[in-house]
Design a protein around this ligand. Structure first.
Ligand SMILES: [Zn+2]
Length: 358
């Protein structure tokens, strides 16, 4: 990671309660174990629909939202999950429009089939969904795209750029009224594409901002840094950090927090996904601090995403403090009621930063 946490400068910032515009809260015991880590500090959380089976109807989304609120024991007055539907060939467009207008559905997520965890219900080609996408454009329903080619001929580090070039660019050009968030941008190609089209936006994760593939691979293989799209080169990381810290309103925080049991995360064939909900804000704040851009932190975590999705910033506030001493009691692993352990990302940054409601 880029942080030099031995720098002891202390700073303090107060921001409207931030939003997480891309999070996996899972279900059952895992949901119970992880939801408070999102509900504690975030206002809106755009909750991904890739359960098994995926969330594909307003009723399914509403039921999932109720399970989330039941499972949360903090944030009762401040935490608002925004639900998403999984774009499949069988999605009922009338139900989608109704759910969106009722405020249940915040957007529709496209996964290329097979690209990541529970993505088998997705499509191979975005343009196959033209009928649904036209209605979404008319109704101003946001499309959220996992932009990663599944072409086995392509190098893993080139798959985001290829998918943007082959599918997202042509879609944006063909449907200028359709607003699209390119999720968890991992390359300069993603930044460039979002800047090129008026109706395009980008979410960026704390781990893609703060790590590159040398962190993943150079000093022992670190499965806790393995995610999709895979963390890319140092040059790409620099492009993401430059975009995030620039204040450009097209870019905002989506943690892509994605917990897996350690037994699957550190298995011989390891699952992709990083659990950063507990410390994602601290990791992001440290990145902005190191970039001498803390004045833009509020735009990235509290303002830009809210504006993109049509919301005012929260009137509630958080105070983040970079302390001159390191906390020693930072939790590194949590355990679900089913006995599964989950490793937390960002422990070093969490030792340096503290957060409190104002
Ligand atoms: Zn995700």
């Amino acid at each position: 990671m880029r942080s030099t946490l031995d720098d002891v400068s202390s700073v303090e910032i107060v921001i409207p309660r931030p939003d997480d515009w891309h999070v996996h809260l899972r279900d059952d015991e895992m949901l119970d174990a992880v939801v408070d880590h999102t509900a504690r500090w975030f206002r809106y959380a755009l909750v991904m629909p890739n359960l098994t089976p995926p969330v594909t109807s307003s009723a399914g989304a509403q039921a999932y939202r109720a399970r989330i609120m039941d499972a949360a024991s903090v944030g009762a007055d401040t935490f608002v999950p925004q639900m998403t539907l999984y774009l499949t060939p069988t999605i009922d467009v009338d139900d989608l429009v109704e759910g969106f207008n009722a405020g249940v559905i915040g957007g529709v997520k496209f996964y290329p089939a097979g690209a990541t965890t529970n993505s088998d219900a997705g499509g191979t080609n975005l343009l196959d969904f033209e009928a649904t996408l036209s209605v979404m454009a008319e109704q101003k329903i946001p499309l959220l795209v996992h932009a990663e080619s599944t072409d086995p001929e392509l190098d893993i580090f080139d798959r985001e750029a290829a998918f943007l070039d082959q599918q997202v660019g042509p879609l944006l050009a063909a449907m200028p009224e359709l607003s699209v968030t390119v999720e968890h941008i991992s390359t300069a190609a993603g930044i460039d594409l979002v800047n090129e089209f008026d109706q395009a936006y980008g979410s960026i994760t704390p781990h893609h901002l703060s790590c590159d593939r040398s962190d993943l691979l150079a000093n022992g293989m670190r499965p806790e840094l393995y995610c999709k799209p895979v963390i890319n080169s140092a040059d790409n990381r620099r492009a993401l950090a430059a975009a995030a810290t620039s204040g450009n309103p097209k870019f905002f925080l989506g943690t892509d927090s994605a917990p897996h049991p350690l037994s699957q995360k550190e298995a011989r064939v390891a699952k992709a996904g990083i659990f950063n909900a507990p410390y994602g804000l601290q990791v992001t704040a440290e990145l902005f601090h190191q970039a001498e851009a803390l004045d833009q932190f509020v735009a990235f975590v509290s303002l830009n995403g809210a504006a993109r999705y049509g919301h005012e910033p929260s009137s509630d506030e958080l105070r983040l403090v970079r302390n001159d001493t390191l906390a020693e009691d930072v939790v590194e692993v949590i355990t679900t009621a089913a006995g599964d352990e989950v490793r937390l990302f960002g422990v070093a940054e969490a030792a340096r930063w503290s957060i409190a409601a104002v």
